[in-house]
Design a protein around this ligand. Structure first.
Ligand code: PGA
Length: 250
C-alpha cells in the first residue's frame, strides 16, 4: 500500500508562511518525484490558510491538502463552524478528526467525532480519524481497551466504497519527542486493523498512520513497521526539508 505522509500544521504561522511552506515543499519535491511512487503527500493547514495553499498547489496534484477539523452539522445556524461541504468546496481532500488536542481542549467525544466523520464522508472527504491513549492509560495497561473503544464509537457506518484513514497517535508522544517503539506501534496498528475488519470489508485497504514526534531520524524504522501505512506529522511538518526527509524515509 502506498504510504500517506500527512502534515498537521496545527495553529501555526501566517498566510504568507503557509504559502511559502507549500511552495518550498513543491520546489523540493518536483526534482525528486520518485518519492511519489511510494507515498502520497498531504498538508493540513489552518482553515484560513487553505485558500493560499490551494492557490500555491494549483496544477500540482501531487501535494494534496485538507483541514484539521470540520463541523458535526451540515449547514445552518452553527456560529463559528466550518462544514465538510465548505471544505470540499475549497478543494480539500481530507479532514483530520478527533485529534487528541480537540478531544482534550474542546471536549470532543467519540460521538461528536463520529458525527463529523459522517459529514466528511457525505461530502466526499476522506476523514483521518485519530485515536490514542494517554500516558496514564498506558501505564495502567489500558492502551488497547481505550483505542478499541475510541474506534468503536468514533467510526462512522461504512459502506464498501467509503475511504477512511486512521491515525494512531499515543497522546504521550505528541510534541514531546517521545515515540512509540516500533514494536508498540506494530502491536497497536495490528490491533486497529483487527478492529477495522469488524466495520468494513476493506480493512486491509485502510491506511493506519502513526503520529507522535515522527522525525526524519525515527521515520524509517516506524514506517517500515508492519501495518504502519504512513505518518501524521506535527512539528516536523513545518519545515519542508524535515517533512520531505520523512517522505523519503517511506
Ligand atoms: P508531533 O504532532 O509530530 O508534533 O508530535 C503529531 C500530531 O499531533 O499530529
Amino acid at each position: 500500500m502506498k504510504k500517506l505522509i500527512a502534515g498537521n500544521w496545527k495553529t501555526n504561522g501566517s498566510v504568507d508562511d503557509a504559502r511559502a511552506l507549500v511552495a518550498d515543499i513543491i520546489n523540493k519535491l518536483e526534482p525528486d518525484e520518485a518519492v511519489l511512487e511510494s507515498c502520497d503527500i498531504l498538508v493540513c493547514p489552518p482553515f484560513l490558510h487553505i485558500p493560499a495553499v490551494r492557490h500555491a498547489t494549483h496544477g500540482y496534484v501531487a501535494v494534496q491538502f485538507g483541514a484539521q477539523d470540520c463541523s458535526a452539522y451540515e449547514s445552518g445556524a452553527y456560529t463559528g463552524d466550518v462544514s465538510a461541504a465548505m471544505l470540499k468546496d475549497s478543494s480539500c481532500s481530507y479532514v483530520i478528526l478527533g485529534h487528541s488536542e480537540r478531544r482534550q481542549y474542546h471536549g470532543e467525544t467519540n460521538a461528536v467525532v463520529q458525527q463529523k466523520a459522517e459529514r466528511a464522508l457525505e461530502s466526499d472527504l476522506i476523514p483521518i480519524i485519530c485515536v490514542g491513549e494517554t500516558e496514564e492509560e498506558r501505564e495502567q495497561g489500558k492502551a488497547e481497551e481505550v483505542v478499541i473503544a475510541q474506534l468503536q464509537h468514533s467510526l462512522p457506518p461504512l459502506n464498501d466504497f467509503h475511504q477512511i484513514v486512521i491515525a494512531y497517535e499515543p497522546v504521550w508522544a505528541i510534541g514531546t519527542g517521545k515515540t512509540a517503539s516500533a514494536e508498540d506501534a506494530r502491536h497497536m496498528h495490528t490491533l486497529i486493523r483487527g478492529e477495522l475488519a469488524k466495520h468494513t470489508k476493506n480493512a486491509e485497504k485502510v491506511r493506519i498512520l502513526y503520529g507522535g514526534s515522527m522525525k526524519p531520524d525515527n521515520a524509517a524504522e516506524l514506517l517500515a513497521t508492519e501495518n504502519v501505512d504512513g505518518g501524521l506529522i506535527g512539528g516536523a511538518s513545518l519545515k519542508a526539508d524535515q517533512f520531505l526527509a520523512i517522505a523519503r524515509a517511506a
